[in-house]
Design a protein around this ligand. Structure first.
Ligand code: NDP
Length: 331
C-alpha cells in the first residue's frame, strides 16, 4: 500500500476534504511509466486542487501534486528504464491526472524529463513548477533582448515561489534585481537571494489613470497581475518586456492602458509552463542546473510531509508561504 493525499468530494454538499490515506498501486491511473516518487512541492495550483479545485480537478477522488521527482520503477516506454531519475512538471498532472502527492505515480513517458546532471531530486523539487516557470520567464526576457546593462529588473510576488527563484536566477546572472514584496519581514531573505533593492508592495498597489510613468524597469517577471501589473507596464523602459507568469494579485490587469505598448513599444509576454514541449523543458532544466546557485536554493526550502499539505494548500492561496515547500512523500 502507498501513502497518498486524497481529496474527496461529498456529492450532496459539494464540499471537498483532503486527508492522507492508503491507496493501492492498482488504484493509480493507467500510463506507461510507474515512478517511485521522492519529492513533490506546493504550488499555487496545488493550493486550489487540495481545496475545492477551482475548476482544475476533473474527477474525484483526486491525488493532487502538479510536480514530482523520483525514480522509474516500471516502464513500457523504451525512453525510460527502471532506476532512471526523472522530473515531471505540467501536462495537467495533479489536476486532470493523479499527481505527486503519493509514494508512486503512473504517468505518460512524454510528460517526464530525465533529472538533469548536477541536481538531486530534492533540489529539482525545491525548484519545482514555480522555479521552472521562473526560468522560462528569464529565457523569454533574454530572447527579447534583455541585457545586464539595460537597468533594474523587477520581480513581483518576490517572496513567493516563482518570485524567489526568479530573483536568485536573475541576480546570479548579474542583473540588478528589484524585488517587490508585501511582507517587509522577508527583506533579509530576499537580499540573501541576491535582490539589490526591495520595493514595498504599496508603492505599486494603487490603480492610476496616468498614461505613462517614468521609465524605470528594463524587464519584469510578474507573478501577481492585478493593479501592480497595470502600474508596472507604465514604468517599463522603451522597448522592454514583462514576462507575465501568474495572477496571485488578481485575474485582470487593472488600470492598464494601451499607451505603454504604442508609445514605448513595451512587450507583454505570456509564460505557460504546462504545455512546454520536451526540448524546451530539457533546455530550461539544464539552465536551472547551471544558473541557479544551490546555496540560494537551499535558503528557499521549507520541508514538509504529506500530512502538512492541507494547511500548506490553504496558506499558499493566502500568499503566506515563503520560498519553496519541498514535500518528502516518504517521510
Ligand atoms: P506563491 O503564493 O508562492 O507566491 C505568490 C506571491 O505573490 C506571494 O508570496 C506574495 O508575495 C504575492 N502576492 C500574493 N497576493 C498578492 C496580492 N493580492 N497582491 C500582490 N501580491 C500578492 O505562488 P507561486 O509563486 O507559486 O505562483 C505565483 C503565481 O504564478 C500564481 O498565480 C500561480 O498560479 C502562477 N504560476 C503560473 C505558472 C505558469 O505556467 N504560468 C507556473 C507556476 C505558477 P509577497 O509576499 O512577496 O508580496
Amino acid at each position: 500500500m502507498l501513502n497518498a493525499l486524497v481529496v474527496r468530494k461529498d456529492e450532496e454538499s459539494g464540499k471537498t476534504s483532503a486527508a492522507v490515506e492508503q491507496i493501492g498501486v492498482d488504484d493509480l491511473p493507467e500510463a506507461e511509466v510507474l515512478v517511485a516518487v521522492e519529492y513533490s512541492t506546493v504550488n499555487y495550483k496545488d493550493g486550489l486542487c487540495i481545496g475545492p479545485g477551482g475548476g482544475l480537478v476533473r474527477k474525484y477522488p483526486h491525488v493532487p501534486g502538479i510536480d514530482f521527482a523520483g525514480t522509474v520503477e516500471e516502464s513500457s516506454d523504451p525512453r525510460y528504464r527502471p532506476g532512471d531519475k526523472v522530473v515531471l512538471t505540467g501536462w495537467r498532472v495533479g489536476e486532470a491526472h493523479w499527481g505527486g502527492y503519493a509514494q508512486k505515480a503512473r504517468v505518460k513517458a512524454d510528460w517526464l524529463v530525465p533529472l538533469p546532471a548536477g541536481l538531486t531530486s530534492r533540489q529539482a523539487m525545491a525548484v519545482g513548477t514555480a522555479g521552472f516557470t521562473a526560468m522560462l520567464a528569464v529565457v523569454a526576457l533574454e530572447e527579447r533582448g534583455l541585457e545586464k546593462d539595460h537597468g533594474p529588473v523587477l520581480v513581483t510576488g518576490a517572496a513567493g515561489g516563482v518570485g524567489s527563484v526568479a530573483t536568485a536566477i536573475l541576480a546570479n546572472l548579474g542583473y540588478e534585481v528589484a524585488a517587490v514584496t508585501g511582507r517587509p519581514e522577508t527583506e533579509e531573505y530576499l537580499r540573501g537571494l541576491g535582490a539589490a533593492r526591495i520595493v514595498p508592495r504599496e508603492e505599486l498597489a494603487e490603480v492610476t489613470r496616468k498614461p505613462l510613468e517614468s521609465e524605470t524597469w528594463a524587464g519584469c517577471v510578474d507573478a501577481v497581475a492585478g493593479a501592480m501589473l497595470g502600474r508596472v507596464l507604465k514604468q517599463m523602459k522603451y522597448g522592454c518586456s514583462v514576462a507575465a507568469v501568474g495572477l496571485a494579485g488578481g485575474a485582470a490587469i487593472e488600470g492598464a492602458l494601451i499607451t505603454p505598448f504604442i508609445l514605448r513599444g513595451v512587450n507583454l509576454l505570456g509564460i505557460d509552463s504546462v504545455m512546454q514541449p520536451y526540448e524546451n523543458r530539457l533546455r530550461a532544466w539544464e539552465r536551472i542546473a547551471r544558473d541557479l546557485p544551490m546555496d540560494r536554493l537551499e535558503a528557499m526550502i521549507q520541508p514538509a510531509t504529506l500530512a502538512d499539505l492541507p494547511q500548506l494548500g490553504a496558506d499558499i492561496l493566502k500568499g503566506r508561504v515563503r520560498g519553496r515547500v519541498v514535500v518528502d512523500v516518504n517521510a
